[in-house]
Design a binder for this molecule. Structure first.
Ligand code: NAG
Ligand code: NAG
Length: 258
């Protein structure tokens, strides 16, 4: 009996270790995306390593999440467009330098509020079938709960052995804010400028930060970049609502002072 319990405990411990290690930095419960079917996807890279997702909102601008580039200067940042595999050569792949990194002025290290970042490429992206801008929502209205939205990403490469080399994606249903703000879930942390999506085994995770939540072909949200448990239904995925920041995005992209 004692040996049995010991083994059970060891198994539980192993299970805990595996569970703790496995979800980090990758789309959970998803599948490999169809190659180049999300031509807006960007891999934001620091010193040549995938750090965050992002998406092309204008020919020369990528939207991502503010915390992705803390402690980083624009010179170390590059943006990879037209990719499916991060490592394999693909004719559509191209790396761009970043001439300007503009975090939202109210983003703060210790909160997930205003977690947006605009990256200006040093030149206009070469658009084509595998590189295109994604329309984003400008009407400041909540997405209907239950709407199935698509989130894609390469996950983070730094802290885990398994980095998904090819783009992964998953469909997640939008969760209403009142439920998401329940004490047992995010306990009031979700502002009107954020939205939640269910995270029951299927979820976005840390390395997917900065990528878009796409509902009906339009970006509604950006995967936030705070540390968060992934794949736990009690910790729904948190996304920054782009419509709530339309004036800021237009101002920066249009050349007004950030
Ligand atoms: C990127 O590389 C530079 C030069 O090697 C180094 O100083 C810097 O710390 C690196 N940045 C990150 C975020 O790893
Ligand atoms: C990107 O920046 C590096 C370092 O500043 C430079 O050597 C390189 O030529 C630039 N590449 C492009 C495509 O502008």
């Amino acid at each position: 009996m004692a040996a049995g319990w010991g083994r059970l405990a060891a198994l539980l411990l192993l299970g805990a270790v595996v569970c703790a290690a496995q979800p980090r930095g990758r789309i959970l419960g998803g599948a490999e995306a169809e190659a180049h079917a999300r031509p807006y996807m960007a891999s934001v890279q620091v010193n040549g390593s995938h750090t965050c997702g992002g998406f092309l909102v204008a020919e020369q601008w990528v939207l991502s999440a503010a915390h992705c580039l803390e402690d980083t200067v624009a010179e170390e940042v590059e943006v990879l467009l037209g990719a499916h595999s991060l490592s394999q050569p693909e004719p559509s792949k191209r790396v761009y330098n970043v001439s300007r990194a503009v975090p939202h002025p109210d983003s703060r290290r210790d909160t997930i509020d205003h977690d947006l970042l605009l990256l200006q490429l040093s030149e206009k992206a070469a658009l084509g079938p595998a590189v295109r801008t994604l329309p984003w929502q400008r009407v400041d209205r909540d997405v209907a709960p239950g709407t199935l939205c698509d989130v894609a990403g390469w996950g983070e490469s730094k802290h885990t052995g398994h980095r998904p080399d090819r783009l992964q994606h998953v469909l997640v249903p939008v969760l209403d804010r009142a439920t998401c703000n329940k004490r047992a879930l995010h306990d009031g942390a979700i502002s009107a400028r954020m939205l939640c999506a269910e995270s029951n085994r299927r979820d976005s995770c840390k390395g997917d930060s900065g990528g878009p939540l796409v509902c009906g072909g339009v970006a509604e949200g950006v995967v936030t970049s705070g540390s968060r448990v992934c794949g736990n239904r009690k910790k729904p995925g948190i996304y920054t609502r782009v419509a709530s920041y339309a004036a800021w995005i237009d101002g920066v992209v249009g050349g007004a002072a950030a």
